[in-house]
Unconditional design. Structure first.
Length: 169
């Protein structure tokens, strides 16, 4: 498939079928990009690490409007449909895909870090002992841990938590 005059488009996949859709589209000769990330979860009291799509249910496909056959895409195993606006496939800016690729670490993963968080940002704890508690982000402590201030029994207390247990408010 030629990269000349080709653009990136969005494919909406079936639930938890991003990897299956990627594999089947590549097998058909399409150029596909699926940004992935590593997520840590606590299941049954144990920490579990999984590799997941950075954008759940979405992947990028590079197509030439004139030379590529678009028909097989929607009937590919794992694919739901192409993302369209007003019946026209949604073109993704090239610099978005390029910046996602540049942002990958050495193992090809998109980092999820507290770079989005600035000291003073309001957060909510979504997992663990303090789930449901609101607090204030303070600082990064290591690669996976953060310091936050939580209101515990009417007093602001600094607590160190996994960054995966937090969500911005």
């Amino acid at each position: 498939m030629s990269n000349e005059e080709s653009f990136w488009y969005l494919v909406f996949t079936k639930v938890r079928s991003e990897f299956k859709a990627q594999e089947n589209l590549k097998r058909q000769g399409y150029i596909v990009y699926l940004p992935i990330t590593q997520k840590n979860y606590r299941r049954n009291g144990k920490n579990t690490t999984t590799i997941e799509a950075f954008f759940p249910r979405y992947l990028f496909i590079q197509l030439n409007q004139e030379t590529d056959n678009w028909r097989p895409i929607s009937s590919t195993i794992g694919v739901s449909h192409m993302v369209r606006f007003g019946g026209i496939p949604a073109v993704v800016p090239k610099n978005l895909v390029e910046s996602l690729k540049l942002n990958e670490d050495q193992s090809g993963l998109q980092p999820i870090s507290s770079k989005k968080l600035n000291p003073g940002d309001k957060i909510v704890v979504i997992d663990g002992l303090f789930a449901g508690q609101y607090g204030i982000y303070q600082q990064l402590k290591g690669s996976e841990r953060v310091a936050v201030l939580l209101d515990i029994v009417g007093k602001n207390t600094q607590v160190t938590l996994s960054m995966h247990d937090l969500q911005m408010v």
